[in-house]
Design a protein around this ligand. Structure first.
Ligand code: N01
Length: 542
């Protein structure tokens, strides 16, 4: 048995998930330690401080929901808050609820080991600290492990290079520099539109164009903020009932029932003008499942691109043609396509001619074409969903690691619990709902609290999801995925199917049944007495 000091629970991470867990563990009366690799709270919003980082969810839905007073006292400055504003909010929440006393900063958990004799976890950090706990709760987020292609020659590059999700805290001066950006996902798009006016020249290396929708971000007026507070309860209800947990009502109409294409286009025009994900979600309710509707919506976006971008060759390169809307996660832009009308911006299509290597002065493509740069920015994504937990070096029953367990893909009951890893609860684990994260976290933490309520009431020391429950959840995630058009994007490497990292198992990494559907599954599990979990008091005999 480990001699390490003992607490009831260890929480890994102090982003939205870890912070919300502190509130729940306090309710349960459990002692805790919270370990955070960063020097401040924020998680994703602490690390992703690249130029232009902001949410893609409207501010009034991108927040904690556990305390109405908190919601009513906070004023968001913009429709889609910037990284500094989200970070400010999270610091405020940490202070308001006196969370720092539970958190150890600058301590990255680099190992967790389950002891079957005691049913305790020993958790180790990179500062050399060890602690044992009954309950291990991870709040690592889906996107905590950056992915960067292994390009030869990077060491020889004479300029500076940066990775967006590991952006330095110190200011990076790009003024007057020739900058290359690799990657045009949600991150790359925000970087590109933000730095283009500052740099001397920007070269964008695009492999797959995306359906970038206009965010139409704007400052919120006092009047708008007062309205949002007045509508607090309605917004909360909308959020938890919305398929992607956005604070909006569904369209309540099916595109498949609108037989005239011109009528459909008029509907899409309104959604496009409203901005943000309203284009997908307040126009029709079947854009992601009906091929005709999706085709018309996709061509609508391509026509917008053609109308905005003056050079027809560049416009065509920016038009996504190889996946449906939803086949990759659509980014939000704010004058993104307009950026390509600037004389200091060049678009390079690396789909037919990939980046082959980095040279001392820039990048060389497979064809031999060379592009000079003073700065290279990798906006190349993440080893998403499984990466953060798998890389945490988690050893469950029989010393089996999560990384080994997931070689053929995860099987997490409700996207929270993996059989063979007792007393471990993963907030935002793989196979959780594909929806705005703060509301998902709210519901998952509430659910974990209910599981622990029962375990504590029963005196259970070992709580483990069953392999059958995990397999059934995976089968359901698969079935739902294949009811949508999403798998048609697989060849374009969506990260939520494990397709963006070479060699990674491609599998269903998200539950696409919607937020309300997910909440119903959590309620069913709770009301049924947690049939997907085995709860045992005594250690399992050898
Ligand atoms: O990562 P991505 P991301 N050569 O994987 C390209 C969330 N997010 O960080 O598409 C050339 O989407 C790759 O090309 P391709 C959001 O959920 C949220 O942008 O594989 N290119 C792609 O263009 C989002 O979906 C917000 O062909 C290479 C890009 O790199 C998720 O994070 C803001 C390459 C990676 O795109 C991930 O977005 C930002 C190579 N060798 C992000 N390798 C907000 O809500 C990769 N690429 C605020």
């Amino acid at each position: 048995m480990s001699a390490a000091p003992r607490v009831d629970a260890v929480v890994v991470g102090a982003g939205f998930a870890g912070m919300r867990s502190i509130v729940e563990l306090r309710r349960l009366g459990l002692s805790m330690r919270v370990f955070e690799a960063g020097s401040e709270v924020g998680g994703t919003w602490y690390w992703n401080r690249y130029p232009g980082a902001r949410t893609d969810t409207e501010s009034w839905g991108y927040c904690f929901f556990f305390d109405k007073e908190l919601g009513l006292e906070w004023d968001w400055p913009e429709r889609f808050p910037s990284q500094p504003d989200v970070q400010k909010y999270m610091v405020h929440v940490a202070d308001r609820f006196d969370m720092r006393k539970e958190i150890t900063f600058n301590a990255r958990v680099d190992g967790a080991f389950f002891d079957e004799a005691t049913n305790l976890w020993t958790v180790r950090t990179d500062t050399g600290e060890e602690v044992t706990c009954r309950w291990l709760i991870t709040g690592l987020g889906w996107l905590g492990v950056a992915y960067k292609p292994n390009l030869a020659g990077l060491d020889s590059f004479a300029g500076e290079w940066y990775q967006t999700s590991l952006w330095p805290k110190e200011e990076v001066n790009l003024e007057g520099k020739r900058v290359a950006v690799i990657g045009t996902g949600a991150t790359g798009i925000q970087v590109i539109q933000t730095i283009a006016p500052v740099v001397e020249h920007l070269t964008v290396f695009q492999r797959t164009p995306n359906f970038v929708m206009p965010g139409r971000n704007h400052a919120l007026s006092d009047h708008q903020r007062a309205e949002l507070k007045r509508d607090y309860d309605l917004i909360t209800e909308q959020t938890f009932n919305h398929v992607f947990a956005f604070p909006m009502d569904p369209a309540n109409q099916l595109g498949s029932e609108v037989s005239d294409d011109a009528d459909l286009i008029r509907i899409f025009e309104k959604g496009w003008e409203d901005g943000g994900f309203r284009y997908i979600f307040t126009t029709v309710d079947d854009m992601l499942v009906d091929q005709r509707v999706n085709d018309i919506a996709a061509e609508f976006v391509r026509n917008k691109i053609r109308a905005i971008v003056k050079d027809p060759v560049t416009a065509e390169l920016l038009c996504p043609k190889t996946h449906p809307i939803g086949g990759k996660r659509p980014p939000l832009g704010n004058f993104y396509f307009e950026t390509f009308n600037r004389s200091n911006v060049t678009l390079v299509d690396v789909r037919p001619d990939p980046v082959a290597e980095i040279t001392p002065t820039g990048l060389r493509l497979t064809s031999g074409a060379e592009y000079e740069a003073d700065v290279i920015i990798f906006a190349t994504g993440f080893d998403a969903m499984t990466g953060p937990l798998a890389k945490m070096n988690v050893h469950g029953v029989g010393d089996r690691t999560l990384e080994a367990e997931w070689v053929e893909g995860p099987n997490l009951h409700l996207g929270i619990s993996q059989a063979g890893f007792p007393n471990l609860f993963a907030i935002l684990g793989p196979q959780g709902p594909f929806a705005s994260h703060p509301p998902v976290i709210e519901k998952q933490v509430e659910f974990i609290g209910k599981v622990l309520d029962k375990a504590l009431a029963d005196g259970a020391e070992r709580v483990e999801s069953t392999p059958e429950a995990g397999a059934a959840w995976t089968a359901m995630c698969d079935m739902i995925l294949h009811m949508t058009l999403v798998p048609k994007g697989l060849d374009d490497r969506p990260w939520f199917l494990g397709a963006n990292v070479p060699g990674k198992k491609q599998t269903t990494l998200a539950y696409l049944g919607g937020m309300a559907g997910y909440c119903a599954e959590l309620d069913k599990e709770r009301d049924g007495g947690f049939p997907g979990y085995a709860m045992r008091k005594a250690p399992v005999p050898a």
